[in-house]
Design a protein around this ligand. Structure first.
Ligand SMILES: Nc1ncnc2c1ncn2[C@@H]1O[C@H](COP(=O)(O)OP(=O)(O)OP(=O)(O)O)[C@@H](O)[C@H]1O
Ligand SMILES: [Mg+2]
Length: 296
């Protein structure tokens, strides 16, 4: 059934009203990679973290949520037959569009150049989040690559994930855009915790400084949001070469500086706990978890 017809933007049903037919799935950790500014490395960070985590034995699904200009499939050298556009049009189910990428990572590809996909309504974004509740696959982690900007789609996918990871690089516009995004997430979507990854740094210190700078501005002007520094990815020619070859740098050049940094960040993420309780808004996999009575 097309996403647009799914009446999903309704309050969550209580667990006892939900059918117990599906197999018991574990709670899924969810992470949305964002950044405000375009070109800061969101897609490379999300795709490489997902591939690295999958290589560590975590069952990982990578969702391309850059709905208008999708390119996770291009980055990973995949050729999707169907995309989220087919799902939204009601031509197929979510499970049918899932592809397998490097290290066994599962990928939900989106379409590129379909303008209507970039112009979905808020209820349709919520519908896309909720469609994951019907996915009959056991997963440990969902990584979401979001578009640039602070549109409803970016905000909804970030709010629907357990954690939002903000990619920032040492450019004034990246810092101001990251700040603007965090402010809107905090004020309009109640996000009170943000993970920070500094990308394209020339030294580890540069990454720390970037986080500290962003943290100070957020503390001063937003207040109730905390920033957690996850690490830095160096400016790295191996990563650019992997992009040219349509491969994930963590798979193509695992010994390169960027691949090692991304693998370290993935290690940190692999230790995160899964959610134990719903937060009361549209959230990935929460309804599925409630159906099974898996919530504490
Ligand atoms: N650590 C890095 N070292 C060198 N180059 C990098 C690094 N990270 C990203 N890049 C370069 O930046 C380009 C853009 O990266 P990417 O597509 O991941 O950004 P994005 O934030 O997803 O962009 P968009 O906003 O368009 O979705 C890459 O193709 C690559 O050439
Ligand atoms: Mg991108």
């Amino acid at each position: 059934m097309p996403i647009s017809r799914l009446p999903r933007n309704t309050p969550m049903p209580s667990p006892e009203l939900l059918p117990m037919s599906s197999p018991p799935f574990k709670p899924v950790r969810t992470l949305a990679v964002t950044g405000g500014k375009g070109g800061v490395g969101k897609t490379n960070v999300s795709a490489n973290l997902a591939v690295a985590l999958s290589g560590m034995g975590q069952r990982t699904l990578l969702l391309d949520a850059d709905l208008g200009l999708a390119n996770v499939d291009v980055l990973l050298g995949l050729s999707p037959k169907h995309t989220l556009a087919d799902l939204v049009a009601g031509r197929c189910e979510l499970d049918e569009i899932i592809l397998e990428g490097p290290n066994g990572v599962l990928v939900v590809p989106a379409a590129s150049g379909r303008r209507h996909m970039a112009e979905l309504r808020p209820a349709e974004h919520a519908g896309l989040v909720n469609v994951f509740n019907d996915l009959q696959r056991d997963l440990d982690l969902l990584v979401v690559d979001t578009a640039a900007g602070i549109t409803d789609s970016v905000l909804t996918f970030c709010q629907a994930a357990q954690d939002a990871l903000v990619v920032v690089c040492d450019e004034p516009a990246s810092i101001t855009d990251a700040y603007a995004l965090i402010k809107v997430l905090a004020r309009e979507r109640g996000v009170d915790r943000v993970q920070v990854v500094a990308n394209m740094v020339r030294s580890p210190q540069e990454g720390r400084n970037l986080h500290d700078k962003l943290s100070r501005v957020c503390e001063r002007f937003i207040g109730d949001v905390s920033l957690n520094y996850l690490g830095a990815v160096p400016q790295c020619d191996w990563l650019r070469m992997a992009v040219q070859r349509q491969q994930a740098v963590v798979a193509a050049y695992p010994g390169s500086p960027s691949a090692r940094a991304l693998a370290e960040i993935a290690q940190r993420i692999s230790r995160w706990q899964a959610p134990t309780a719903p937060r009361g808004h549209v959230e990935f996999f929460v309804e599925r978890m409630l159906r099974q009575g898996a919530v504490a």
